[in-house]
Ligand binder design. Structure first.
Ligand code: FE
Ligand code: FE
Ligand code: MG
Length: 170
């Protein structure tokens, strides 16, 4: 823990550590959701999407590293048991029981939107006070916005394919 790190943080450091532990649990769940979803994936654009989903998985793990380091700097205890991930996470883990690409992407999209809210809140909570946590939250937020955009554009393309098929059948 960093003594000065704590003294220059927000007034309610415990609340911040709670938010960061929520983010940590969500990153691990998002990591697994991408990692397993990429492998189950079936349907059009499979190869392109699979490769990018695995990159997103790695990026989520990178976020977990940033978040856990900050929790420790702030004198907090990171979630140390995977059984507690669901308790800390606000976003539900969505089991990819249907491997169709559109279903997998919709589940990942829900996770990204949840992550965007999480980092937006952490940024709001630390803005103008805890500059280090604020900067980290904004950095991660920018990645999550990119992830959301990637998934939205694949869903748009999938819809286009469906539309074209419908037209061809008329
Ligand atoms: Fe993330
Ligand atoms: Fe993400
Ligand atoms: Mg991407």
């Amino acid at each position: 823990m960093g003594k000065e790190a704590i003294s220059v943080s927000v007034n309610d450091v415990n609340k911040l550590i709670g938010m960061l532990n929520g983010a940590l649990a969500e990153e691990w769940l998002a990591y697994y959701q991408y990692w397993i979803g990429a492998r189950l994936l079936e349907g059009p654009m499979r190869l392109e999407v699979e490769a990018e989903l695995l990159i997103h998985a790695d990026e989520e793990l990178g976020h977990a590293v940033l978040v856990v380091d900050r929790i420790i700097q702030l004198g907090g205890t990171p979630v140390i048991n995977p059984n507690d991930w669901a308790k800390h996470a606000r976003c539900a883990y969505e089991e990819p029981s249907d491997p169709y690409i559109e279903k997998i992407l919709e589940q990942n999209l829900a996770g990204e939107r949840c992550a965007i809210k999480r980092y937006q809140e952490i940024a709001d909570f630390t803005n103008g006070k805890d500059h280090a946590t604020y900067q980290m939250a904004v950095q991660i937020l920018n990645d999550e916005l990119e992830h959301e955009e990637d998934i939205e554009s694949w869903l748009t393309d999938l819809n286009r394919i469906k539309e074209e098929w419908k037209k061809a059948r008329m």
